[in-house]
Design a protein around this ligand. Structure first.
Ligand SMILES: Nc1ncnc2c1ncn2[C@@H]1O[C@H](COP(=O)(O)OP(=O)(O)O)[C@@H](O)[C@H]1O
Ligand SMILES: [Mg+2]
Length: 663
């Protein structure tokens, strides 16, 4: 028998469940992660744009701050007066004070021809011309304020103060991915500058006041941007926000730190940004690896007063927090998915067990039924369909059991019927055999009897006559009388033989077997042969009368009783019983004696004519009785236990009708 692969139900359930959850979850995850990624990137870029705009604003406000200081200084009457008087010592002192107070790098005043009158920073140098300075030239020509970012060459810086030239000068550090620099050192500086016209009371241009702040290695602006935009937020030990000012493509001021904590200046911008921002003048947004971490960055060009691009303003947001959000989201997604799968596997295993366990039980029950054990009733806790299956199996078992019982019963009946039939056939066979034997012997006997009858009549007549002739005292008279007596006996035998052979058809009339039996019992009871015999009468009352030849039946009953008495010569007991037999279709008369019984071999022959075990027996009693009962459609049977007694049973059909007998 093939074992059903129950385990496969389980694995299939798990597989299908897993597919059912994995596919949508997978799609959701991919879509979700993509969406989240896009969202985060968009947010980061939006933030970068906002940040760069803030940075630009801060940069611009720094410029206007310088412009305000310069302008406020230029309108002071003391300054205007001193310039008119060419009072250089006063101007030097005063400008120096303002420069230091306002944290300016340059505060220089020139006359209307561009000749330096006084420097706030480098007081000893004056009298040189600044007409080459585009801002000064612009103010002299247009008589109004001009403010902007400017690249200041080294000679100019040296004049304004050698320490400024020193501050600006930096060695360019070769940077991978950057455009190769033209030289290995940058000596000029980038300044926020404002040039303000100085007018006298008559509104005549007296000179120009120039203020400026050098951006190289000046971290005030980038730190302020970081402070305002990112509130100096630290993420995992790193500042989230970065800001850088490029002079051309060179980092001159930044809050990006090297690994040693120093400011990461003197390196170059990447070639990609260089092209997009410096060359094409566009804003550049994107991811950039700055020094040692990834940033979401924005670069915008810085232009001078002639609108030429001279540098870049940069802000960057550390990408790590965004990446972390993304990674955490992904981790949560994965966690939920794995949890879901685990849950589903558990559910699938549980469900599969719920199905497979009752199936296994059913399998066992089915096997038991196959082995012929129908008694077991299955009761299981299972889903409806399997419950129904169990119900059907129970029903099937009950049906099978019923049919099996019916079959067995039928087989039993069949056996009994076959036995009955066989018995009947055997009986009929022996009856036939006996009838034929009787018939042939009867014919022979009739022939012989007929032949003997006439001579016997002659002998009897003559012997009787002889008796009459012999006187009473003659001793021969006794001998002749014996002849007469024995001849009479011979005739009796011959008569019986003829009776037997003649097989006369019975003259039937309604006869009461009980009355017949009672009469015979009364008749024999007082005879000497029955002296030591106890006759027990046990006749059933209300027996129906039977259609029978009364004389013949009486002869049969007498034969039975006489045989019993002859068997019990030393006394005994004879039970005579009548009863309704079968379903009332016949009357049974039973003669049970306590005689010696009949041996097995004799039992076969006692119904044969002339079979006798008695010295003076004829051996005709039973055979004649047999013939009579047979002609009445009945039977005579015998049971005997040698040493214990014999039982003869005569069965007579109540409705003997005309169907009985062979004639
Ligand atoms: N009740 C009986 N008990 C024992 N043997 C019996 C009985 N009835 C008949 N027999 C046997 O059957 C034989 C045949 O009986 P039957 O035909 O009446 O002839 P008979 O009585 O002349 O011998 C008897 O000789 C006897 O051996
Ligand atoms: Mg007899």
């Amino acid at each position: 028998m093939k074992k059903p692969s129950i385990s496969s139900i389980q694995s299939q359930l798990i597989l299908y469940f897993a597919i059912a959850i994995l596919v949508p979850v997978g799609i959701t995850m991919i879509v979700g992660v993509t969406l989240i990624h896009d969202e985060i990137i968009t947010r980061a870029q939006t933030k970068a744009i906002a940040d760069i705009n803030s940075a630009k604003e801060i940069y611009r406000s720094k410029l206007s701050h310088i412009e305000s200081i310069t302008r406020l200084t230029a309108v002071r009457s003391l300054i205007v007066g001193a310039l008119a008087r060419r009072d250089a010592p006063f101007l030097r002192t005063d400008l120096g004070t303002t420069l230091r107070r306002e944290n300016l790098d340059v505060l220089t005043i020139v006359d209307r021809n561009g000749i330096v009158v006084a420097r706030g920073r480098n007081p000893h140098l004056f009298g040189d011309t600044l007409t080459s300075d585009p801002l000064v030239a612009h103010v002299i020509e247009h008589r109004h304020i001009i403010t902007g970012t400017d690249i200041v060459p080294r000679e100019h810086l040296l004049r304004e103060g050698p320490e400024l030239a020193e501050q600006a000068s930096m060695e360019i550090i070769p940077t991978p991915k950057a455009k190769p620099p033209l030289g290995d050192r940058e000596t000029s500086g980038m300044m926020l500058r404002s040039a303000v016209p100085v007018f006298d009371a008559a509104n005549t241009l007296q000179g120009v006041l120039v203020g400026g702040v050098l951006l190289n290695r000046n971290y005030e602006l980038v730190d302020k941007i970081n402070e305002v935009v990112h509130e100096r937020e630290i993420y995992k030990g790193r500042e989230i926000g970065t800001a850088t000012i490029f002079q051309g493509d060179l980092r001159i001021s930044t809050n990006v730190k090297n690994d040693d904590g120093s400011r990461a200046i003197s390196t170059l911008v990447s070639e990609e940004v260089h092209t997009a921002v410096l060359k094409d003048g566009n804003r550049w947004l994107g991811d950039a690896f700055v020094v040692n971490a990834w940033y979401i960055t924005a670069y915008v060009p810085i232009r001078n007063i002639e609108d030429k691009i001279i540098g870049i303003l940069y802000v960057g947001v550390l990408r790590q927090p965004f990446d972390d959000v993304q990674r955490n989201t992904l981790a949560i997604f994965l966690g939920i998915t794995l949890g879901g799968i685990l849950l589903i596997v558990l559910i699938a295993v549980h469900q599969a067990r719920r199905i497979s366990r009752p199936l296994k039980t059913l399998e066992g029950v089915a096997r038991q039924i196959a082995d012929g054990d129908y008694a077991r009733e299955v009761t299981i806790d299972a889903p409806d369909e399997i419950q129904h299956l169990a119900g059907s199996i129970n029903q099937m078992a009950r049906k099978l059991e019923k049919e099996k019982n019916e079959l067995e019963e039928f087989a039993g009946t069949l056996e009994r019927k076959v036995e009955e039939r066989t018995d009947q056939i055997k009986k009929i066979h022996s009856q036939l055999y006996r009838s034929e034997k009787l018939a042939s012997i009867g014919k022979l006997a009739a022939g012989v009897a007929h032949e003997i009858n006439n001579p016997l009549t002659g002998i009897l007549t003559n012997a009787s006559l002889l008796v009459e002739d012999i006187s009473a005292d003659d001793p021969r008279r006794d001998d002749v009388e014996i002849i007469v007596k024995e001849t009479i006996r011979c005739r009796e035998i011959v008569k019986r033989l003829l009776d037997f052979a003649r097989q006369t058809k019975p003259q039937k009339r309604l006869t009461s077997i009980n009355t017949l039996s009672d009469n015979i019992i009364l008749l024999v009871r007082n005879q000497t042969a029955f002296r030591n015999i106890e006759i027990v009468r046990n006749l059933a009352p209300d027996l129906p009368e039977v259609l029978a030849d009364t004389d013949q039946i009486q002869q049969v009953l007498i034969n039975m009783i006489l045989n019993a008495a002859e068997a019990m010569t030393k006394g005994g007991r004879l039970d005579i019983a009548s009863s309704l037999s079968g379903a009332g279709e016949s009357i049974a008369v039973r003669f049970a004696d306590t005689g010696p019984g009949i041996s097995e071999e004799n039992r076969e022959r006692i119904f044969d004519p002339f079979f006798t075990t008695k010295e003076h027996g004829t051996g005709l009693g039973l055979s004649i009785s047999y013939g009579i009962i047979e002609q009445h459609g009945g039977t005579i049977s015998v049971e005997s236990t040698p040493g214990r007694g014999s039982v003869f049973t005569v069965l007579l059909p109540v409705d003997a009708g005309e169907n009985g007998g062979h004639s």
